[in-house]
Design a protein around this ligand. Structure first.
Ligand SMILES: C=C(O[C@H]1C=CC=C(C(=O)O)[C@@H]1O)C(=O)O
Length: 405
């Protein structure tokens, strides 16, 4: 996507760099995102200094940004950034043309403070309370985990399982967050490009391909996304062929959604697809589901489905509880916010929550990349490893990477 960020409008980059650095220095919570196919960068700053945890009753929440880990918390709550400051940057007009609409940098930091630290590397070393930090799993260990998953499916304990892994990547001394964001925005026009920072919780950057819940007016929308292969040739969307394994893997995610509708006796929904979609340089199969919340008399469908859907069988497995137990016992790390959900709530009368995929957690001097792969009876372990490598690269390639640890 051609934006003013790639022309010589350097002032927009400088503005963003200063805004983010100072917000983080000041201990504010920040969320910045660009929705798929949009040319607006949306910026939200929570200056309350308060770590807020809320029950995700979406319809009752003020405008903000929700962040929920993969694992349900005991109290079923999510983190929530309140939109004290919210504005949009048009990536197709110059900085000068819109500067009067943007948050003045001076409002971020109290006057008496110096801005000398502005270029300091601001990524905080932060982790969840009680978080288990493990060493990255080796290729052999991951393959072993996939084999275990295949066995559990063959034995009939599970229909599908999505094992994941993480890897640590060193960041260059000159790692620059705004350059990474710019590169993601330009490279992935169909993704939800996001950055968020919650002191003591984490700093993450990502390019998610997967909507979990979208509500606007009386429309509810969700998708089932699964099956992965590398986009190849001049017209990858047309020339692609899917194997039975991938078709089945995605059908299971669709079935999972339909089962959730059934649980609440919702019968009137439209289902479209599956069709092939491009996410970065990867292809997936996607089906779309739409519900009219007024016609079906389900005004709170967004919250109800959020509770039922997460974690979907695109990131956990089927049946959900058994798949979750399998992962808790066999995946040797804490997924933290990976495969959780994130997104703007009640902003401009819309809520769009994404699965936190194709994402990296930024730490002091290094980043942690995460990826999982859908495993069924027909999975080939080596291929699942390669798939996680490709998924990690989607984000890793945009972080000015140096050598792996
Ligand atoms: C679990 C991930 O992707 C999910 C979404 C699309 C395709 C997937 C797959 O083909 O396995 C996964 O279910 C990930 O990106 O880490």
């Amino acid at each position: 996507m051609q934006t003013t960020l790639d022309t010589n409008q350097i002032s927009l980059e400088v503005y963003l760099r200063n805004l983010i650095s100072l917000s983080l220095l000041e201990g504010h919570q920040v969320a910045i995102w660009r929705k798929p196919k949009s040319h607006f960068l949306q910026v939200l700053i929570d200056k309350t200094g308060e770590l807020k945890r809320i029950t995700p009753n979406l319809e009752e929440l003020s405008s903000g940004f929700i962040v929920h880990p993969f694992e349900d918390q005991e109290d079923k709550k999510a983190f929530f950034l309140t939109a004290d400051t919210y504005f949009k940057i048009n990536l197709q007009t110059t900085f000068e043309e819109q500067r009067i609409y943007l948050e003045p940098i001076s409002s971020i930091i109290p006057k008496e403070k110096s801005t000398a630290d502005i270029n300091k590397n601001f990524v905080a070393e932060n982790k969840f309370e009680n978080e288990r930090i493990a060493e990255p799993c080796s290729k052999t260990d991951f393959i072993h985990l996939v084999e275990k998953g295949i066995k559990a499916v063959e034995e009939g304990q599970l229909n599908k399982i999505v094992p994941a892994r993480f890897k640590k990547i060193k960041l260059n001394d000159n790692f620059d967050l705004v350059s990474s964001l710019k590169s993601l925005i330009q490279s992935y026009p169909n993704a939800f490009i996001n950055f968020f920072h919650i002191p003591t919780v984490g700093t993450w950057i990502g390019a998610s391909p997967e909507i979990l819940i979208h509500t606007k007016g009386d429309e509810f929308y969700t998708i089932s996304l699964a099956g992965t292969q590398k986009a190849q040739g001049d017209n990858p969307l047309k020339s692609v062929a899917w194997t039975q394994k991938e078709i089945e893997e995605q059908a299971l995610v669709s079935r999972y959604i339909v089962d959730c509708f059934k649980k609440i006796r919702l019968r009137e929904y439209d289902e479209y697809g599956p069709k092939t979609v491009l996410a970065g340089n990867l292809l997936h199969l996607r089906s779309d589901f739409k519900v009219n919340m007024t016609a079906t008399n389900f005004p709170q469908l967004g919250s109800v489905m959020l509770k039922l859907l997460h974690p979907t069988s695109a990131v956990c497995g089927m049946p959900r509880e058994m798949a979750f137990d399998f992962l808790s016992k066999n995946e040797n790390f804490d997924r933290s916010l990976f495969a959780g959900f994130i997104g703007p709530v009640n902003i401009e009368e819309e809520t769009t929550i994404y699965v936190n995929l194709r994402t990296a957690r930024l730490m002091q001097g290094y980043a942690i990349l995460y990826a999982g792969a859908g495993v069924t009876e027909d999975s080939i372990p080596e291929k699942e490893w390669e798939e996680t490598e490709m998924k990690c690269d989607i984000i890793g390639e945009h972080l000015n990477l140096e050598n792996k640890f």
